[in-house]
Design a protein around this ligand. Structure first.
Ligand code: ZN
Length: 53
């Protein structure tokens, strides 16, 4: 998925690793993993590329 706010490494594309109360995302640029709670993630989502992501 693409988030409005990109990672400092320069990409804004993220791969979803795990969903739940918190969502684990991996930056496709530098492969760093971050956790976001769902309300925060929903605010930041720009575009979901794959509906299952
Ligand atoms: Zn990154």
């Amino acid at each position: 998925m693409i988030l409005k706010k990109g990672h400092p490494c320069g990409t804004n594309r993220w791969e979803v690793i795990r969903t739940g109360a918190d969502v684990k995302l991996k930056c496709t640029g530098c492969e760093r993993v971050v956790m976001l709670d769902r309300p925060t993630l929903n605010k930041r989502i720009k575009k979901v590329i794959n509906p299952e992501d």
